[in-house]
Design a protein around this ligand. Sequence first.
Ligand SMILES: Cc1cc2nc3c(=O)[nH]c(=O)nc-3n(C[C@H](O)[C@H](O)[C@H](O)COP(=O)(O)OP(=O)(O)OC[C@H]3O[C@@H](n4cnc5c(N)ncnc54)[C@H](O)[C@@H]3O)c2cc1C
Length: 467
Amino acid sequence: MTAKLDANFDVVIIGTGPGGEGAAMHLAKNRKQVAIVERFRQIGGGCTHWGTIPSKSLRHAIFQIAEANKNPMLRLAGISLALPFAQMRKAANSVVDRQVEMRHTYYERNGVTVVSGHARFLDPFTVEAEEGNGARHRLRAKAFVIATGARPYRPPEIDFNHPRVFDSDKILSLAETPQSITVYGAGGAGCEYAWMFRNLNVKVKLINTRSKLLEFLDDEIIDALSYHMRDQGMLLRHNEEYESVKPADDGVVLALKSGKQIKTDILLWANGRTGNTDNLGLEQIGLTPDSRGQLKVNENLQTTAAHIYAVGDVIGYPSLASAAYVQGRYAAAHILGHAEPAMIRNIPTGIYTSPEISSVGRTERQLTEAKIPYEIGHAAFKNLAREQITGQTVGMLKILFHRQTLEVLGVHCFGANASEIIHIGQAILAQTGPANTLLYFINTTFNYPTMAEAYRVAALNGYNRVC
Ligand SMILES: Cc1cc2nc3c(=O)[nH]c(=O)nc-3n(C[C@H](O)[C@H](O)[C@H](O)COP(=O)(O)OP(=O)(O)OC[C@H]3O[C@@H](n4cnc5c(N)ncnc54)[C@H](O)[C@@H]3O)c2cc1C
């Protein structure tokens, strides 16, 4: 707990997730007096405690077990692994602790004042932070960054206290691995959890409210994802809308407006998120969130009050930790007067299904709509030596480039380590002028055998079509 404060700062930030941290670090490094307010008992945000870190640590634990069980040598030795869900979740806790510890040192080393409590605006230049014990801190500043994140949307008619009904926060406290699960909502978190449970041999029914999975991705990647989900035994239903959720002692029934009734051991509700803007005193500063609790910002991440910025999940799409962090840094840079718009352009997407999906730049759909003449270069992972050695042969890398200038316009990857290797494409795509060229991948020597080599294969494949 901090001592009671009544102080002036250059900037006050609300929320210690990646958005708040990115802003705080950039401002502190530029010698600004910064305070950051957090209402949870630990710093790190939803990213560290409910979202990215626990879900990716859990995924890793599950993946290791699934890989071990698939390993022919271990099978031959009669070894098969199984751990209760709670045990695998425990593996994630140590990562969370390490993350919290590390982030504390960042704030300490950079002289950022961390204030405990729920923050709310009293007027456009004052925030009050109220601790659980009623202690109140008053913080005045010339500028503010709202980085309060979002939480799972919970329709009021669904009983989330029932032991068979979960959202993406509550699923982390699941004790036993169920035999079957319905995942309602096929966004990033829904698809990732669906795949995690499938890797545990759980029967998975994924109910999508839209016509395709993850509509913001390139269509070919979406098709590949859907194909592999079905191939792995998941049931997918598109264009569905729920009517009711009826939990009982022996399972939970999801009734859909189409008349279908889906019964499984548990239900994971992964449909929609609400921005954390309630009780933030927004009425004191003339801001009104939209129906999803999100704040509108301009291209510089300023709200309608120019000295109050909003970043991360509280402003909605893309709702990624990576994006939140860079938006925080951008808002800080704008406050300091040296913002560089390129910082928040070409933010990549990483979806940690099995295998992963990652993409940067434009999709075929977007290029077609914009009437840009493009060509495609493909590399199928099954044809790469590294993938054949590791047995991770599912996937592809796809490069979209301009037919005449060879400018790289988009890179899309589905396969093992997609979220890592996408950054090679991003580095070229982010270049301006002739430095952004497909020829880079053709004229560069890649280690062999690597997954990165897919760039050379895909580039040659595409280049051969235009030359
Ligand atoms: C299951 C799941 C998996 C995910 N996986 C990934 C992934 O693999 N990669 C990725 O990039 N992203 C992932 N995300 C998204 C990522 O977690 C979020 O985009 C990121 O956490 C957003 O950061 P933020 O700083 O905006 O908010 P948050 O990280 O949510 O932090 C907001 C903080 O503000 C605090 N706060 C809120 N209101 C107040 C208030 N009034 N006063 C004081 N403090 C307040 C909260 O307590 C919280 O600590 C995942 C999300 C989920 C749910």
